[in-house]
Design a protein around this ligand. Sequence first.
Ligand SMILES: Nc1ncnc2c1ncn2[C@@H]1O[C@H](COP(=O)(O)OP(=O)(O)OP(=O)(O)O)[C@@H](O)[C@H]1O
Ligand SMILES: [Mg+2]
Length: 453
Amino acid sequence: MKILVADDEKNMLWALTNVLSKQGFKTFTARDGEEAIHQFKKHLPDVVLLDLKMPKKNGIEVLKKIKKINDSIPVIMITAHGNIETAIEAMKLGAFDYVQKPFEMEEINVLIKKALKIRDLTMEVELLRDELSRISRGNQIIGESPQIKEVMDLVNRVAKSNATVLILGESGTGKELVANAIHYNSDRKNKPFVKVNCGALPENLLESELFGHEKGAFTGAISRKIGRFERAHGGSIFLDEIGEMSFSTQVKLLRVLQEKQIERVGSTEVIDVDVRIIAATNKDLKRLVEEGRFREDLYYRLNVIPIKIPPLRERKQDIPLLVKYFLQKYSLETGRRGMTISDSALDKLKTYSWPGNIRELQNVIERAVILSPGREITEDQLPPEIVKRDRQVELDEFKLPKNGVNLNDLEKSLIKQALDMTNDNQTEAARLLGITRHTLIYRMEKYGLKDRN
Ligand SMILES: Nc1ncnc2c1ncn2[C@@H]1O[C@H](COP(=O)(O)OP(=O)(O)OP(=O)(O)O)[C@@H](O)[C@H]1O
Ligand SMILES: [Mg+2]
């Protein structure tokens, strides 16, 4: 610990540094105000003892100056008897406290300890605050698997362009998160980012929501409405659940993509819009096209840059990192610091198949943090479907379809699933399947699963 003692009285300086260095402080001294500032800059001490009355620059001036240089270092003022007013002024300027001459060394010791303690706490609060804002910004894509890294890489490469992006992925895989990342990493980041859930509104409402309408365009259109495309001008629009869009709305959307123009419902006026389109769906759009439920031309217009987010079960490597991230997030949010998870509970999370993907994982952790009586989350706080891997129960649910199954296909699919669930850990996969590792390897060869990547 470094301490700077500034006092023009030689004896005082000597007495103080003597005692303080015996207590283990590294001491620096100054005999006048200017030297004090110089020493402060040079050594950046942990605490400062500062005499109010000094030549060249008095204590108040020195205090002002060093608070400007670094206002988190505590300064204790030393004042002559009867100089309380100046001491109070110093406190107003940010001094930590003051002692009056003559003083007992014990008084100084207590103040130094207190000052250091408060400084540590302040630093901790600042760190937590930083962390909280980093986490609550929530725009961070967490993960270290090659699959998610590829997604992040693609996001970075396309963000700066104006190209239309189509984000594909199962429910809860992070499609909206990726859409956010694209907009907020683009040059449009200070312009509006407008989100529309195409699945949430009936057809006619969705159209007027997207393109706006004129007064009297239809019953209930009591005033003009500006649509989301117009609102998003200069920025980006996120068309979520695009697979739910009706055919007629698809036609209108196609026009926006082609002409970069819209017409409000009930108007013939054409309005130019400059909007970057990011669409997302958990549907297999290509299949919808084949089934005639989604326009092929629109599909190709949207599918300029597809970003496919793999389901969590295909990147189980990310689970521990995500768990850590959500633990931190919900610990902070619920004011329960430093929550951890037991190894066996983490193992359960790692082998579960996560049909609801990251959203499901997030919910599980949030719930566990709330339910956990102690600092460590155990299996007791995890939902039964994750903890119970009772094979019998699951087998009971097997029903032979009326048109039958191909036993080989079934076996191959189960082996694949077991390998997916265990990140290709053959011992673990064999255990899940109730066969020996040797048998597993034999069957993997049989089904051409030997060289999976
Ligand atoms: N890689 C990730 N890192 C951190 N948080 C993530 C990640 N992926 C998803 N999340 C979080 O999981 C939740 C679900 O993500 P999001 O809403 O983006 O998914 P989605 O694909 O849009 O789901 P849905 O299809 O159900 O709308 C969000 O709270 C999101 O912040
Ligand atoms: Mg979503």
